[in-house]
Write a protein that binds this ligand. Structure first.
Ligand code: NAI
Length: 237
């Protein structure tokens, strides 16, 4: 079947579908309607139908979506049905936290090794991944067919390392360093900035507080004016 180009907005939403479908499978649910999925995911049913129609429509009228089939199709689209070899550059707090997270393997991301410049870290092993010196970087990438590099180093060091990664054949950079990397068109970069996410959360919580305060103010003003008008009426009597 010819596949329509999928918009970036839909791709961004797919991991969430994938996660919910995985949970449904664990719960033993075999099929689900767009309405039930919409309640579970707190998005509209029409959004779900629209998104999933991009792939030729997995759903059937009156039957709903076959959870296992949809899960495996989304896995194919996201490429998580394949193995991706990954390295981590920067074996500090963040790098080691990523290496210690076992769930990436279940998604097909295998952490093949870690790199650092700190001699005290080199030689250590984090959940099976050895920390090596950066002088071995290029050879390791080629020998282990590494596709993805996570960058968890200071931002001042990131551009130089990114250039080396690209020259060695890395096709994807998972960038945690707080800097925008310049890479060729055939290399993809996914920036992950927890602080940006936190700022979005701050905006939402502040907006909610402001809204509550505004409602309380209006409520008090209304009470004040109700009292004043009741008093006025009492005095006139
Ligand atoms: P850290 O100081 O614990 O670890 C950084 C590691 O990078 C150190 O082990 C250091 O020796 C190594 N390193 C420095 N230059 C290197 C180079 N040229 N090649 C290889 N390794 C090198 O710092 P932490 O907390 O792990 O943070 C790492 C980076 O990630 C920082 O730039 C920080 O700002 C950033 N960060 C980003 C977050 C995000 O959400 N994007 C969240 C937390 C940290």
């Amino acid at each position: 079947m010819e596949q329509k180009p999928i918009s970036k907005a839909v791709i961004v939403r797919l991991p969430r579908y994938y996660r919910h479908l995985g949970e449904l499978m664990e719960e033993g649910v075999e099929r689900i309607s767009s309405n039930d999925l919409s309640i579970r995911m707190k998005v509209t049913a029409s959004q779900i139908r629209q998104d999933l129609n991009n792939f030729g429509g997995f759903g059937q009228q009156g039957y709903g979506y076959n959870v296992k089939y949809l899960y495996s199709e989304i896995a194919k689209i996201l490429g998580v049905d394949r193995q991706h070899n990954l390295i981590i550059i920067g074996a500090g707090n963040l790098g080691q936290a990523i290496a210690n997270y076992a769930n990436f393997e279940r998604r097909g991301f295998l952490i093949k090794g870690m790199f650092d410049i700190n001699p005290r870290l080199i030689g250590r092993v984090v959940r099976g991944a050895e920390i090596m010196g950066v002088e071995n970087l290029e050879k390791f990438i080629v020998d282990h067919e590494v596709q993805i590099a996570a960058l968890t180093i200071p931002k001042t060091k990131a551009p130089e390392i990114a250039d080396r990664l690209v020259a060695a054949g890395i096709k994807a950079i998972w960038n945690f360093a707080h800097t925008d990397l310049v890479v060729p068109d055939d290399v993809v970069v996914e920036n992950v900035h927890l602080s940006e996410s936190l700022m979005r959360l701050s905006y939402r919580v502040c907006s909610m507080q402001d809204e509550q305060e505004r409602a309380e103010r209006e409520h008090k003003e209304q009470e004040g004016s109700d009292r004043a008008s009741a008093k006025g009426k009492g005095e006139r009597r």
